[in-house]
Design a protein around this ligand. Structure first.
Ligand SMILES: N[C@@H](CCC(=O)N[C@@H](CS)C(=O)NCC(=O)O)C(=O)O
Length: 223
C-alpha cells in the first residue's frame, strides 16, 4: 500500500491530488509544521534522511522528491496522465516535470526567504539593512526573473489549455504548486491564463477529494 507522508500546507498536496486523479489506493500520515519556524517535524527524518515533504513509502520503496514520486505513481498506473512517448506533448510533459522544481520554485523560494529578511528573529537594529538588501535583490533580480517566467507560462497556455498540450496530464499537477505559490506571493492578476489555470485545477473533483484526505492547504502569503 502506498503511504503518503503528508506535511500540512506543502508540496505533498500535489501527490495526494495525483493519487486521487489516478484512483490509486493510498493512506496518509499527516505531519504538522512547527508553529514558530514552519519547518517539518524531526519525525519526518525517520522516513527519509532529508526530512522533506513529499515522501512516500510503498513496500520496500521509499521515494522522495515530487518529480520522482510522480514518475513512480504514473508507472503504477500504467502510464495514465502521461502523453504517449511518440507525441510532441510528451517532451513538453518531461520539460514541465523538471522545470517546476528545477527553475521556477528556486526563484519563488528565494523570494519567500528574502521577504523574511529584516524581520524577527533578525536583531532589531539590523532589520532596516535586511529590508534594504531584500528590496534590492527583489527589484534587481527576483521580480524581473519571476515576471519573465510567468509571462512565458501565460503565453504557453495561450497555445494549449494544459501545460503539455491539449490534455490534462501529470505536468499540470507538477506545475500547480509553483503557480499557487506565485498567486500567494504577488498575485496572478497580470497573468489571466495562469489565474484561470489555478481556478480550473482547484475545481477538479480529485483536487477536492485530496483536500479532504490531507486537510486544509494554504501557502504562506496566499489568500
Ligand atoms: N524539490 C523538493 C522540495 C521538498 C521541500 O522542500 N519540501 C518542503 C515542503 S513544501 C519541506 O519539506 N519543508 C519543510 C522543511 O524544510 O523543514 C520536492 O519537490 O520534493
Amino acid at each position: 500500500m502506498i503511504t503518503v507522508h503528508h506535511l500540512e500546507h506543502s508540496r505533498s498536496q500535489r501527490i495526494l491530488w495525483l493519487l486521487e486523479e489516478l484512483q490509486l489506493p493510498y493512506e496518509v500520515v499527516r505531519y504538522a509544521r512547527d508553529a514558530k519556524t514552519l519547518l517539518a517535524p524531526a519525525s519526518l527524518k525517520r522516513v527519509h534522511p532529508l526530512g522533506k515533504s513529499p515522501v512516500i513509502t510503498d513496500g520496500e520503496h521509499t521515494i522522495a522528491e515530487t518529480g520522482a514520486i510522480i514518475e513512480y505513481l504514473i508507472a503504477q498506473a500504467d502510464g495514465a496522465l502521461r502523453p504517449a512517448p511518440t507525441s510532441e506533448a510528451h517532451w513538453r510533459y518531461v520539460y514541465y516535470l523538471h522545470y517546476a522544481e528545477g527553475s521556477l520554485m528556486p526563484l519563488l523560494v528565494m523570494k519567500l526567504v528574502f521577504s523574511r529578511l529584516g524581520q524577527a528573529p533578525m536583531p532589531l537594529p539590523l532589520r532596516p539593512l535586511g529590508r534594504l538588501i531584500a528590496n534590492g535583490v527583489g527589484r534587481q533580480y527576483l521580480n524581473p526573473n519571476i515576471a519573465e517566467h510567468l509571462t512565458f507560462l501565460d503565453a504557453e497556455l495561450s497555445r494549449h489549455p494544459w501545460f503539455a498540450g491539449p490534455d490534462f496530464s501529470a505536468a499540470d499537477v507538477m506545475m500547480s504548486f509553483p503557480l499557487q505559490a506565485a498567486a500567494g506571493a504577488g498575485g496572478l492578476a497580470d497573468y489571466p491564463r495562469l489565474a484561470a489555470f489555478v481556478s480550473r485545477i482547484e475545481a477538479r473533483p480529485a483536487y477536492e477529494r485530496a483536500l479532504e484526505r490531507g486537510g486544509p492547504f494554504h501557502l504562506p502569503g496566499a489568500s
